[in-house]
Write a protein that binds this ligand. Structure first.
Ligand SMILES: CC(C)(COP(=O)(O)OP(=O)(O)OC[C@H]1O[C@@H](n2cnc3c(N)ncnc32)[C@H](O)[C@@H]1OP(=O)(O)O)[C@@H](O)C(=O)NCCC(=O)NCCS
Length: 187
């Protein structure tokens, strides 16, 4: 690992003051990462392409078990799917790390709707062992804070009815738009 990379890693995992972190980011051009430290060792920041392998592994782990049981047969398949989201020109992603351990991911895309800008969440997931500890709520609040700063008006997403995620979104202020339905045609 280069000296620059190891210093960056040190600053990413150590509980040092915001002032020092901002100073370091300014000097080394990392201020676009939007560093925030909501608690001791949890780092939330914008997604970087270097995160993609970890995001793909975590995606497969989370969605292969209850309540989804998706049959992602390989990491390559999950990575292909995530890369399709990432390559969207209006893609934006956010990640949360506990030390070097990726614990939460939010991938979505920006839409310039006539009623104002909105952010469509394509994927949102928390490491299985870490679920139910408030990380998803904190991640959502972090994303919300950034989007409000950027004058976004609303978050939109699709999820399944009757699963724990629906309750999670309800508790976080989402509502079910009764005027909308999901239409699918098998080919
Ligand atoms: C849904 C998810 C993102 C929520 O994040 P989280 O960190 O577990 O949620 P929080 O701890 O902030 O909030 C907890 C609340 O969410 C709900 N919840 C959803 N999934 C949960 C889980 N696996 N374990 C515990 N609570 C869960 C509960 O209502 C809980 O409220 P309670 O503590 O009063 O019982 C996360 O559980 C997850 O990744 N689940 C699997 C993937 C998924 O379903 N993603 C959403 C796809 S649209």
């Amino acid at each position: 690992m280069s000296i620059k990379a190891s210093v960056k890693e040190h600053f990413s995992v150590s509980p040092i003051s915001r002032h020092l972190k901002n100073h370091f980011a300014y000097l080394h051009g990392f201020n676009d990462l939007k560093l925030t430290y909501p608690d001791g060792n949890l780092l939330m920041r914008k997604f970087d392409l270097e995160d993609v392998d970890k995001c793909a592994e975590l995606f497969k782990e989370v969605f292969s078990v209850y309540p989804w049981y998706d049959n992602w047969v390989s990491i390559d398949k999950t990575k292909t799917y995530l890369m399709e989201l990432i390559e969207n020109p209006v893609f934006e992603g956010y990640v949360a790390y506990d030390g070097l351990n990726l614990v939460a991911v939010c991938f979505g895309h920006k839409r310039s709707w006539w009623m104002g800008k909105e952010f469509f969440i394509d994927e949102f997931y928390v490491r299985n062992e870490s679920q139910g500890n408030g990380i998803g709520t904190r991640m959502l609040n972090y994303v919300k804070e950034i989007l409000i700063e950027e004058e976004y008006m609303r978050l939109v997403l699709l999820t399944n009815k009757g699963i724990p995620a629906e309750e999670f979104y309800n508790k976080n202020g989402f509502y079910n738009n009764q005027n909308r339905t999901v239409m699918v045609k098998e080919l």
